[in-house]
Design a protein around this ligand. Structure first.
Ligand SMILES: C[S@@+](CC[C@H](N)C(=O)[O-])C[C@H]1O[C@@H](n2cnc3c(N)ncnc32)[C@H](O)[C@@H]1O
Length: 273
């Protein structure tokens, strides 16, 4: 028998899915039911991220393009891209996340975007067709081996939009990667943090894969970096990078703190000079 999807059915299902794994994206469903109600102002939240990347998406132009949303989670961005006329595939390694994305799909009744459980390191990923654009948001600091992952992405598309957690104070013009000191996230294994990489580090890897054009949008108040990288030219690359400077005093204090910490570690024998 067909289930009637009234508001109480939707609300109960949202709560049941939340008990299996907390929602990450706040998606508004019929009856104004929110999958993740509450404060959405933090830097990693989907609505904040979307406000930052939407002008870039519009500038790139995605109508009728094939777009891959890598690490799509519950599919908020996939749906926004599809609403702008792109044909979107959202993939994620995590079955529970794709289960929630498919629940949203069934409630809102769309076929584009499509969602699939796929690991970026898998043969199935290698067998995917090529895409015009890959959205790579909140992803590159969540994987143990970004080099192999970037190689895999670069074989599937000529243009990638990265959004990631980078080092707050840089240095962004040095090819720099810092291994996170956080532990494995036991409640959300695929939400574990690994490498925090600078712009120059990410660009250096991409250059080996024939990416030539880069557009940086860096705002330390957002604590998240954005980079568009491409093998082909686009009008976005003739714009100047948008860099909000960190302020001399904050940068000076941060570098001095790191310098003093290293000196203390050398004196106490924790690292070699
Ligand atoms: C922090 S979330 C970001 C989700 C979404 N893109 C966003 O910006 O809100 C990172 C996502 O990458 C997925 N992920 C981690 N490792 C993956 C892999 N090897 N292949 C595909 N997806 C992966 C996780 O399951 C998770 O949904």
């Amino acid at each position: 028998m067909k289930k009637i999807k009234d508001n109480s059915y939707i609300q109960n299902k949202v709560l049941k899915l939340n008990s299996e794994q907390p929602w990450n994206h706040n998606i508004i469903l019929p009856g104004n039911i929110e999958t993740r109600p509450g404060n959405q102002m933090s830097h990693g939240k989907n609505l904040v991220k979307w406000n930052r990347i939407e002008p870039i998406i519009d500038s790139l132009g995605i109508a009728n393009k094939n777009v891959l949303d890598l690490g799509c989670n519950e599919g908020f961005f996939s749906k926004e891209l599809a609403d702008k006329g792109a044909n979107v595939l959202g993939i994620d390694i995590d079955e529970l996340r794709i289960k929630k994305a498919k629940f949203v799909q069934s409630i809102l009744g769309f076929t584009n975007p499509a969602f699939k459980v796929i690991d970026i390191y898998s043969r199935e990923f290698q067998n995917l067709d090529k895409f015009d654009l890959c959205l790579c948001m909140g992803f590159i600091h969540r994987i143990p081996d970004p080099y192999t992952a970037i190689q895999a992405i670069g074989s599937k598309t000529d243009t990638i939009l990265f959004e990631w957690k980078a080092l707050k104070q840089g240095p962004h013009d040095d090819a720099y990667a810092y291994f996170s000191q956080k532990n494995i996230n036991k409640d959300d294994y695929y939400g574990t943090e690994y490498w925090l990489v600078s712009y120059a580090a990410l660009e250096s890897v991409l250059k080996r894969m024939n990416f030539k054009y880069f557009y940086r949008l860096d705002d330390p108040r957002q604590r998240r970096a954005i980079l568009v990288a491409s093998k082909v030219d686009n009008k976005i690359f003739s714009q100047s990078n948008i860099i909000v400077h960190r302020g001399r005093i904050r940068t000076f204090l941060s570098h001095t703190k790191r310098y003093l910490q290293s000196i203390i570690k050398i004196i106490t024998g924790k690292i070699n000079s």
